[in-house]
Design a protein around this ligand. Structure first.
Ligand code: SAM
Length: 282
């Protein structure tokens, strides 16, 4: 622990629904000496809503380097400071990382005030495995770079989460089909906590068709979640065919061993699938 008493609070704010503002976030934002805000005008609307009249300083990607030392000096002088972003949890695809790193290096108190975060909200309601997941931030804007990201993640067995913008969601799903196959299971969360909140779940091909079917589905903010390779590959038609054919010739145990060797993933997943296929057979 350090001897300084001033604290840098990392305060989460709602991702759409103002009802998600926490009591502690309001208390902390009222009590600190300064609030660092990504966009001070945007913050003003939120702060007014909750009767917070603490002064704000602008703190965003383009001035983080310039502002950082001044903020750290203020903290060292004993001023409590809070960092907020436009929505959700600061630092999660939002500014603040180097500030927090430097504050930790200087031995200052840094304290989170948790609340909304789009990736966690999306994951919690997606129906995808939550025991292991990776967050990959925003996908690249260009198709080549995006495909390289998907390609590099193809074999990952954990749930993959990324942020995507509304005007690229269809192109992004097209690239995903090319790199991970049309059968890969995905969940897409749109406009979470807002009026038009929606989840699209199923094979990436089916989800893309639904989202492409009407302009309304392409509006707003998106979280893309991709089922990990193990979960997926055992559902693919190719794998099913492989297992069905092989299980007729060798034991289910051997067939699942061979499938795991050929496609990657856990033998037991293939074993379970082979048993299901056997039960389904007429
Ligand atoms: N710091 C934020 C958080 O805690 O999630 C994320 C900020 S990042 C600049 C904004 C991106 O987060 C959006 O482009 C979208 O991908 C995702 N996002 C934010 N709010 C969302 C919402 N209500 N529904 C779906 N996605 C959302």
């Amino acid at each position: 622990m350090n001897s300084k008493t001033a604290t840098l609070y990392i305060v989460a704010t709602p991702i759409g629904n103002l009802g998600d503002m926490t009591t502690r976030a309001i208390e902390v934002l009222k009590a600190v000496d300064v609030i660092l805000a990504e966009d001070t005008r945007h913050a003003a609307t939120l702060l007014r809503e909750f009767g917070i009249d603490t002064r704000t300083w602008s703190f965003h990607d383009h001035n983080e380097d310039k502002q950082r030392d001044a903020v750290l000096d203020r903290l060292e002088e004993g001023n409590d400071i809070a960092l907020i972003s436009d929505a959700g949890t600061p630092l999660i695809s939002d500014p603040g990382f180097t500030l927090v790193r430097e504050a930790q290096r200087r031995g200052l108190n840094v304290s989170p005030v948790p609340g909304a975060c789009a990736l966690i909200a999306a994951l919690s309601a997606s129906g995808l495995p939550t025991d292991r997941f990776s967050f990959n931030g925003f996908l690249p804007a260009k198709t080549g770079a995006r495909r390289r990201v998907f390609s590099s993640l193809r074999q990952e067995s954990q749930t993959l989460i990324m942020y995507e913008s509304s005007h690229r969601i269809i192109a992004c799903l097209d690239d995903l089909i090319l790199e991970m196959g049309a059968e890969r299971y995905v969940a897409v969360g749109r406009e979470l906590t807002k009026k038009f909140e929606q989840f699209y779940c199923g094979s990436v091909e089916a989800v893309k068709e639904t989202i492409a079917s009407a302009d309304n589905h392409q509006k707003g903010e998106f979280v893309l979640m991709i089922a990990g390779q193990t979960e997926i590959s055992v559902e693919q038609a190719e794998v099913r065919r492989f297992l069905s054919l092989l299980s007729k010739e060798v034991s289910v145990k051997t067939a699942s061993q061979l499938a795991a060797g050929w496609f990657g993933g856990k033998r037991n997943d293939y074993y379970q699938l082979a048993m299901r296929l056997r039960e389904d057979e007429p």
